[in-house]
Design a protein around this ligand. Structure first.
Ligand code: ZN
Length: 308
């Protein structure tokens, strides 16, 4: 069993309008856009990162928004719901705020003893806010006060036809099963970061998801540094997984592999972080390009829709 993985690092999803995406995450949810860059593998598409003040691993929701792209179809073999932590007692205030922003699909329930607000993102993605005591310092520059602002991720759910092999993978990664409620089994990493939970939601006979705007593209798990990542990569390969070499994503190093249920997993380093090429005060304000795409700057600046 591995002991290097600390919980979620980031979750990356697909979107259509970058403007609507930016407005939703920075205004309705009040997160900070900590990096404005492009998809390193498709530089004509933005890569937008939203999180706390500095984009602490475990707080960062990221998007590849491609204007006018078709919506995905929810199904099995993908991340179902991405959940964020809100302070205990703020569900009602959040439901009111989301309604004021005309957010679709607002409902509430309780899962594993925690109150939860469910809602849809601008491309129909399934998002949730979960009440929990959490000492992380929230970003309050987006118009949501300290007493209700999002603290970072809570968990993500994997929607699978059969969760058995994925449960085994999570255990190998250091997660422990902590309980089952209905068709959902929760796993958590003891001593991990505050985004330390993953749910497996079993949908027997479920149809396979079709990826498009609103779908999660991949989920990234956090490791401290390149050395920890090398150990994880070696162990995964020895277990039979096909893992990419470590790829430089400028703000972290990434390796990727496919989980048994078909979900793309990444293992990303906490180093060097989002403030490596911008001051903390101005994070996310300038279009940052990796050096291999810097020669495209004039073209990209003319083609990418302004966000603010
Ligand atoms: Zn990623």
């Amino acid at each position: 069993m591995l002991n290097q993985i600390q919980g979620i690092h980031h979750v990356t999803s697909l979107a259509s309008s970058p403007v609507a995406n930016n407005r939703f995450f920075t205004e309705a949810l009040g997160l900070r856009r900590v990096k404005t860059t492009v998809n390193f593998d498709a530089p004509e598409v933005y890569h937008l990162y939203y999180g706390d003040e500095v984009g602490t691993p475990g707080s960062v929701m990221t998007y590849f928004p491609r204007p006018n792209s078709a919506r995905g179809k929810a199904g099995v073999g993908e991340i179902g719901t991405t959940s964020f932590v809100i302070p205990v007692g703020t569900s009602g205030a959040w439901q009111k705020r989301l309604a004021e922003f005309r957010v679709a699909g607002i409902s509430s329930d309780t899962r594993f003893g925690e109150a939860r607000v469910l809602f849809s993102g601008p491309d129909g993605e399934s998002l949730a806010l979960v009440e929990r005591d959490d000492s992380r310092t929230p970003w309050t520059g987006g118009g949501v006060s300290q007493d209700m602002a999002i603290r970072g991720f809570h968990s993500a759910s994997m929607r699978l036809r059969d969760g058995g092999a994925s449960a085994e993978l999570l255990r190998f990664m250091g997660y422990e099963e902590i309980g089952t409620e209905g068709t959902v089994t929760r796993f958590a990493i003891a001593g991990g970061n505050p985004a330390n939970a993953i749910d497996i939601e079993t949908v027997a006979g479920g149809k396979r998801a079709k990826q498009g705007a609103g779908s999660v593209h991949h989920i990234a798990f956090s490791v401290a540094n390149a050395e920890a990542q090398r150990a994880v990569r070696k162990a995964l390969i020895e277990t039979g997984y096909q893992v990419t070499p470590s790829i430089d994503r400028d703000y972290f190093q990434a390796i990727y592999f496919r989980s048994p249920g078909g979900i793309l997993f990444e293992v990303a380093t906490d180093e060097p972080g989002f403030d490596r090429d911008e001051d903390r005060a101005s994070l996310g304000t300038a279009l940052k390009l990796p050096k291999q795409h810097e020669h495209l700057r004039a073209e990209l600046e003319a083609e990418l829709e302004p966000l603010d």
